[in-house]
Design a protein around this ligand. Sequence first.
Ligand code: OXT
Ligand code: ADP
Ligand code: MG
Length: 599
Amino acid sequence: MDQAMRAAAKPAPTAAGDATRVAGEGEAGPQSRETDGFQLVIDALKLNGLDTIFGLPGIPITDLTRRMQANGMRVISFRHEQNAGYAASIAGFMTGKPGICLTVSAPGFLNGLTALAHATTNCFPMILISGSSEREVVDLQQGDYEEMDQLAIARPHAKAAFRVLHAEDIGVGVARAIRAAVSGRPGGVYLDLPAKLFPQAMDAEAGRQSLIKVVDPAPRQIPAPDAVKRAVDLLRSAKRPLIVLGKGAAYAQADADIRALVERTGIPYLPMSMAKGLLPDTHEQSASAARSYVLPEADVVMMIGARLNWLLSHGKGKTWGGATSKSWGGQRFVQIDISPQEADSNVRIDAPVVGDIGSCVSAMLAAIGTGFPKPPAEWLDAIAERRTKNVAKMAESLAKNPVPMNYHSALGVVRDIVRANPDAFLVNEGANALDHTRAVVDMFKPRKRLDVGTWGVMGIGMGYSVAAAVVGGQQVIAVEGDSAFGFSGMECETICRYGLPVCVVILNNNGVYRGDEVNPTGGRDPSPLVFVKGARYEKLMEAFGGVGVMAATPAELRSAMEEAIRSRKPTLINAVIDEKAGTESGRITSLNPSAKKKQ
Ligand code: OXT
Ligand code: ADP
Ligand code: MG
């Protein structure tokens, strides 16, 4: 570090956490000859266009949140850090800029850590900034207030983790965090800011000089021409080609080129859950409704921003036409991904194309030119036949009107409302509530479907909803299982406090998967899987000034959703579903260890 800068840094005379002094520009601004750690964190973030913070105040970051607001930043304050963290993670996915979560030390930090790990697992750029206790005391384990070696704990769950000890290093710390979060494969980054850092004062001009506006934080990574040629040659040789679009393809914001590649090759495509809407789900090349046919039958599969992880049965086994649950189905793979280590992680990748999706897809388009042969008619016809059959089957279940409602009769309404409001975000979690929504509700625009992601994690609902409304500026529809909602339900207060256009629809079947299970001993405790019967979740939104509606029929659900969207008021609709309607674990029953034993 620069000696002059080090000399310029010294502890400020004021105490951190002085609630009565909101310093902002006035105290350490252009006229002042001194700045401090608080101000430098704010200036470093703003300089890089990071002006929205999701967090929860307390020692040692209370004044930081106040001063951020005083400096014109948007500070969205949550009721639990995990929800703030999920908000930051999905803001990263939506914008391609790191979402920022700000927490207090130890317990607040740990509450945010699940979301940081979620961001890393899902390849979402996010920075968890956490205040921490005094280094010297923590390292000697002398029992400081909220003592914890946060950096060490964060490291395995983050793509990178940094600590800043001196005010003059804040610029570098923030710059490194931004680069680590968004370059290459995006992920979660931890930035540890000890309490002592914030009041450190230094010369304002030296402070200004120490800040870094990051140039080209996510540089393009151009694929090698021979890798592109190998991939195009393999695709050309295919008799039954398939494209799988993952959430990396949605994240890349190369929407027009991806659509052009799909349409110019004429290859059927399968969108992973959060890639739905990259091309409209009603597109004639979509093979969503023929999933279990195309995966085992395809001979060449091009993965674009999707991993062959559990969601794709690791690229092998019966899903892919393999003879046993572990054997290769005979497919040959092209994989477009920014991570050079992704290829061969589960099965052999014959044509890896390493680079950013924008550059890779445009290179593929150039290599293909206009002369790509249309896939054989037998393949396209066979897919169309399966699709027609499944769509008709779905239409039949949607047309039924059982009493009480089931997933399909309620989701038929959501499907219509989303179709009529294609700019709305659809947040979705639960088990049956997730799986049925994914299949029933078509998406029409990219990055509008936001869900549980790679871990299938419950609890993203309200955090994602807040972020989508704040960052995306559009109506949000959150379709929630009643269990899933419980993980973040208190954020209804946050939604009401900020007046956000969020319409929560709880598909309420009184429990985890179903609500009809009983204690086999006949004892007084209920089954671990069920909740209070007839719970009035809608009262929660009413408690904070929002609108609550109980809907027992599709007509009631429709009119409540239409009104929510018309009024843009925070609304919670308790859609009462048959408690016997669900299946254990939804569509992933086979992953239950007891089901595996039976296989
Ligand atoms: O081809 P086939 O014939 O197979 O048919 C497929 C498609 O072709 C067809 N389809 C269509 N037909 C017609 N038209 C259209 N448009 C169409 N589109 C598709 O439909 C079928 C299905 O298609 P899909 O979905 O594409 O295919 P499939 O085979 O399902 O795909 C496989 C997967 C693996 C890709 C897919 O299933 C998937 O993405 N799954 C994600 C699963 C997931 O992540 N689940 C969440 C976790 S479950 C569990 O862990 C839960 N917990 C534990 C817990 C968690 N998770 N987290 C934490 C922090 N703590 C605990 C809990 C507590 S869930 C849960 C709560 C559950 O209770 P709730 O009350 O919240 O929810 P309810 O269940 O509603 O009560
Ligand atoms: P899904 O769950 O939808 O199948 P995954 O999260 O498994 O998607 O995969 C996303 C993949 O996209 C990751 O392997 C990641 O490296 C890749 N990825 C993310 N952003 C980009 C990008 N801009 N360019 C290329 N690959 C990307
Ligand atoms: Mg349920």
